[in-house]
Design a protein around this ligand. Structure first.
Ligand code: WQD
Length: 324
């Protein structure tokens, strides 16, 4: 297939591009490089340096005969979305409306969207399946949910078949070590631990040790980015073959605590990884885990690389390559 990957130079986007290329698809990456990296681009893929807020350029590109668009271009900092909602409204929501309208103009029939577990908000039960109520606790999650609603209408009114993929905690790096671009100033746990192992940070702050979890620290469902990449390919197969839209959760279905990750990182990196327990971070639930049965049933997808050692070893490999 001929696929336009918007946000294809980013952390998840570059892994998705790699997977599609490995499967023999023709790929064009469209990215404004605001957080995406040139080093995440592959020579086999075409690259367009463009912005989703520039409708003229976007619609010109969309008319180049694509079978599908994969949309991963979004701001994703939860805290920032609460203090600067305008930025998230414009880029995430307005930018996506532009992509949808450009897809209509370009007659692109398939749409794969990076959604998030943030659409659910505070868990009412665990593990979280697709029937769990959606009630975002932050503006970032609200933008993802709004976009899902737009997708539903464009499906009905314009025949765009979408796959909305609600990622839980994406982590790790390409299992074959082909992608090593690092996010700058990361706030997510595993990159913070890696920066500490490299000596870029003094210590890891553990946000709370008094949660109702086995060791008192927060539990999350970490899903390897190479697993997510495979899910994108399978989701596109599904929408194109069945002419049907889907919304699925993507997680490993395994809860891992902050402390377990810190301890495993010490073992795997052989570095001390100093950690200090500090207060809870506002808005953090004690535990979040996914039910990914639907993705298994519809897409024949299960997480294969999302065990803690693979998450950390592939991350450490990328960090070591950059900070040798
Ligand atoms: C994981 C665990 C923290 C940093 C966020 C978004 C979510 C999704 C994924 C996009 C928690 C603890 C973290 C640190 C810590 N994003 N922690 N010290 O908050 O589960 O999910 O990213 O779709 O929407 O909310 O991820 O990596 O920030 O935190 O103790 O320095 O690690 O409290 O328990 P989170 P995270």
């Amino acid at each position: 297939m001929n696929i336009l990957v918007i946000g294809g130079a980013g952390y998840i986007g570059s892994h998705v591009v790699r997977e599609f290329l490995d499967r023999g698809h023709r790929i064009t990456v469209f990215d404004n490089l605001s957080s995406g990296l040139r080093e995440n681009l592959f020579p086999e893929a075409e690259f367009i340096h463009g912005d989703i807020l520039d409708y003229t350029g976007l619609s010109r590109t969309a008319k180049e005969g694509f079978d599908a668009v994969v949309h991963l271009a979004a701001f994703k900092a939860v805290g920032e979305s609460m203090v600067n909602p305008e930025k998230y409204s414009v880029n995430n929501i307005k930018g996506t409306i532009n992509i949808l309208n450009a897809a209509v103009e370009g007659r692109i029939k398939n749409f794969v969207f990076s959604s998030s577990a943030a659409v659910f908000g505070r868990p009412e039960y665990l593990p979280i399946d697709e029937k769990h109520p959606t009630n975002p606790e932050n503006f970032y999650g609200f933008t993802k949910l709004e976009i899902e609603r737009f997708l539903g209408w464009y499906d009905k009114l314009r025949g765009i078949r979408f796959a909305s993929l609600r990622y839980f905690n994406a982590a790790g790096y390409d299992i074959k070590g082909r992608i090593t671009g690092l996010e700058s100033s990361p706030a997510n746990l595993i990159p913070v631990i890696m920066e500490t192992a490299c000596g870029i940070r003094k210590e890891v702050q553990i946000f709370g040790s008094d949660y109702d979890t086995p060791d008192g620290t927060g539990v999350r469902d970490y899903v390897h980015v190479s697993d997510l990449a495979v899910a994108h390919a399978k989701a596109l197969d599904y929408t194109s073959r069945n002419d049907k839209s889907i919304t699925v959760n993507l997680g490993s279905e395994t809860g891992i605590s902050v402390l377990e990750i810190v301890e495993a990182a010490r073992r795997i990196t052989g570095r001390p990884v100093p950690a200090k327990i500090v207060g809870r971070r506002a808005g953090d639930p004690a535990k979040l885990t996914a039910a990914s049965r639907l993705a298994h049933e519809l897409l024949n997808w299960t997480a294969e690389y999302s065990d803690l050692d693979t998450l950390l070893k592939t991350s450490w490999n990328a960090y070591q390559k950059n900070h040798a």
